[in-house]
Structure formats: C-alpha cells, structure tokens
Design a protein. Structure first.
Length: 406
C-alpha cells in the first residue's frame, strides 16, 4: 500500500512530534513515523530537567537566552507536562567561587533571573542539603514529563490531520533525480510512503537515516546514566555549580529524585555498554549535594544517548556544555527534498520544530506562520487525558514512569 503525504517526519521524539504538530497546524499533510513507541529514544530517557538556560549561560549566551524563552513558552502551553519547581546552583566547599561568580554574571547577561542565598538560607529551603554548602543561586529551572509532552504534541498533530505511525521502522529509501522518491516502512506499517519532503529527526540515529538517503550527517552520540532513588520532599532541581562533570544534577519527581549523569562517547546508539562505574559515580557525586541519596533505595536505572553533532563537538572539544541545534538542508548535497535536525535539547524542541517547519514550508511553497508558541497543548490541564495520549501512542519512557498514570 502506498501513501503520499506532503511530508514524512522520521523520528517520534519531542522534536519529530513537534515538527508534525507545527506542520499540521499550518495545513501541511504530514506523517510521523517511529520504529518504536513515541519517546522511545533520547526524549523519553532524559533526567527530565526543564532548563532555564543557566546551565549553559557562561558557555553559550545566545543558547541560554533561547532556553529561557522556550522554558517560559512551555510553562504557558504545556500545563501538567511541566512542574514549576525552580532550581538551585549549589556551591560546596572546595568548589571554585570564581565559577559561581561567572555563572551569576552570565545569567545576568542572558536575562535569566537569579537570587543568591547564603548557606543558612539554602539549608532552610532544602533541609537535606550537605553541611558544607557555602552558598547557592536560585534560577527558574523546572521539571518536564517527556512522555506526556511528546504524546500531547502527537495528539495535536493527529487532531489536525497528521498520521502518527508507531512501530513503523524505516527499512529503505529510493532516490531518483536528486530526490527521495519513496520510503519503505516495516513493522506494523508495512507500506511505501511517497512524500514530497522528508525530515530526519531521529536524534542519535540521524547518521544512519542519512546514509539511507545517500547524504552525510556526522554524529558523536554520548551515553549518560540516570538513577532514580526513593526520596520524598525535594522541591527544587539541584545543580552542582562547577565545571560540567559526572553526577552534578538532582531532579525532583514525586517521591523520587533522578540523579544524573555521565557522558561517554558510544559508537552505536543501540548497542553500548551500561557500566556499573557510571551508576556508582553518579550516586556518589550527587550525594555530595544531597547526602541521603547515597543510601536511598534505587528504584530504576536507565541510560540515554545524546544526539550530538560531530562538527560542533569537535569545535568545542572535550565535554561540551552547549546544546545548540543544527538544521541541515541536504539540498547542498544534491538531495532537494530532505533535511536533518540534530543536536538541541528537550527544552528547545518546539523552537527546533519551528525552524524545521519554516524550512519545509519554504520548500513546499506553503505560506503559513508557526502557531505552536501561542496554542495550548491538548489535555494540558488534564493529567488523565495526557496519560491517555501516552498509552495511545505507546509513549511511556523511564524518565517519568513515576508520574504518568499516578
């Protein structure tokens, strides 16, 4: 069976679902496909932080400002997909005070609101903090439920005419005269799609999908571990205020906290080592901020793979802290009807989708503006409805398994 949508979006994470939603709201006939359920990859395997931009402020001011803007948009449109917890950057004894000052100044430059509090005030706000906390800085971080967020985007796309095809892996592509002519789907779909345009939004798998299309996307995926432990009563996100390192973030959930993370390059985003040392180091380092997590019951452990773009990572060197995105138009490689969107982060998925949809609409001659920043996601104020979307699209990831369906 053949289908002929205007656009085929490959990849059912936040960015892919966001692109399908954006295109559908502009009246474009879109089909979204993923090889598993939605959120099965990077989006559903994060620590669930809704970034304020503070984490990137001193390394990439423009990206930090974009992060803050998207944070504010999601708070408006996403309802029960997010929790407004705030965040703390914590300086412990031995941490470089100059780094704390640089972080604060960079946040000021980026327009990120901050409030510095002394050791007594921060321990009063978070009683379980380590005794050697010297000071901390409040920032507008939050927590996001990626399973709900992705499913709500897919539901809005579907409600505006998009087809959502889960468990439909791409098996092959054919090219003709510098264009992708057809894409063969396997799994539950077992069909051939003949789109006018193809978007590769497959995160760390973008290189493999690009190879099928006869173009090149160089990725440097890295794995990171998350450990969820039983801990009740933590309200803000805790960030260790030091140079990026293993085990420097604690994200509050309901009756649990998620400890993260590591950064280890992998060759294959499907087949990589899950090393015990990563778990132990992450727990040990996070316990330096919140000592009780060292002996807390471990609820679940998972790894995620970051979709890092090789040229950007090579330019930065080492463990880069920026998470900007890159929209690659493959017309420059002789493939007129295909682009890839790589990099980025969950918090900025909507902006990534907007940039991609702008390019696609330009190529298709569609004159319609983005509406996703001003339109509430369906079910935003109804957690049960959001959770029904997650079930509909088989979209449950480990990040928010303690939240969805409670």
């Amino acid at each position: 069976m053949d289908s002929r949508p205007d656009v085929l979006v490959i990849g059912g994470g936040a960015t892919g679902a966001g692109i399908a939603r954006d295109l559908a709201l502009r009246g474009v006939d879109a089909t979204l496909v993923d090889r598993d359920g939605l959120s099965a990859g990077t989006s559903g395997r994060s620590h669930g932080l809704l970034h304020s931009g503070a984490r990137y402020a001193e390394a990439d001011g423009p990206e930090a400002r974009e992060c803050l803007k998207e944070n504010q948009i999601l708070r408006r449109i996403a309802g029960a997909c997010v929790r407004e917890t705030r965040g703390l950057f914590v300086q412990l004894a031995g941490d470089d005070p100059a780094y704390f000052a640089a972080k604060r100044d960079a946040c000021d430059d980026a327009g990120i609101p901050t409030e510095i509090v002394d050791a007594d005030a921060v321990r009063e706000a978070v009683p379980g903090l380590a005794a050697d906390v010297e000071r901390a800085m409040w920032v507008p971080d939050g927590v996001v439920s990626p399973s709900r967020l992705v499913a709500a985007n897919a539901a809005d796309a579907r409600d505006h005419g998009a087809q959502i095809r889960t468990h439909a892996p791409v098996e092959s592509m054919t090219r003709e005269d510098g264009r992708i002519e057809s894409v063969t789907l396997d799994g539950d779909a077992d069909e051939t799609v003949r789109p006018r345009y193809v978007v590769n939004a497959t995160g760390p798998h973008a290189g493999r999908i690009a190879d099928m299309a006869g173009v090149t996307v160089s990725m440097r995926p890295t794995r990171g571990v998350m450990v969820s432990v039983a801990y009740d009563g933590l309200e803000p996100v805790l960030n260790r205020c030091r140079e990026p390192a293993d085990g420097d973030i604690v994200v509050p959930h309901e009756g649990e906290v998620v400890l993260g993370t590591t950064s280890v390059t992998v060759d294959d985003p499907d087949d990589y080592e899950r090393a015990d040392w990563e778990v132990e180091r992450t727990v040990e380092e996070c316990a330096a901020m919140l000592p009780a997590v060292a002996d807390a019951d471990r609820v679940r452990t998972w790894w995620g793979v970051r979709p890092l773009y090789e040229p950007d990572e090579a330019a930065r060197g080492g463990r880069g802290i920026s998470r900007g995105f890159h929209l690659l138009d493959h017309d420059a490689e002789g493939l007129a009807n295909c682009c890839s969107i790589v990099g980025g982060k969950l918090t900025t998925y909507r902006k990534m989708a907007e940039a991609t949809a702008d390019l696609v609409c330009d190529r298709l001659g569609v004159d319609a503006d983005c509406a996703t920043a001003d339109r509430d996601l369906p079910g935003a104020s109804e957690p049960d409805r959001l959770d029904a979307f997650v079930r509909e699209f088989d979209g449950q990831g480990p990040t928010d398994a303690d939240i969805v369906g409670r």
